[in-house]
Design a protein around this ligand. Sequence first.
Ligand SMILES: [Zn+2]
Length: 100
Amino acid sequence: MDKPTVQDIFHHFYPAYLDQYSPSPVQAKVAHNIMNCKTGAYGANVCVCEDCGFIQIHYNSCRNRCCPMCQAVPKEMWMDARRDFFMMPYTMQPLPQSAN
Ligand SMILES: [Zn+2]
């Protein structure tokens, strides 16, 4: 069995969570987005190979910034664009005497 995804966990536990708790509208929207991400709820793109007729269906993502399934690639792209900044060496410098 594959490792469970966050979406799997929401599908499994969120209904029982709702029996005991009342999430805020923002939290409920995030949960709804995560549970429906890449399921076809947000539409799909269908590609057909003109040579062999192979059909590939790509389900759209929810694009919620809290969703780990559809924000992983943008997050990595953001990190890659700033990797030089994050990897800069950091050294401690003593304060000048006038600061004491
Ligand atoms: Zn998503």
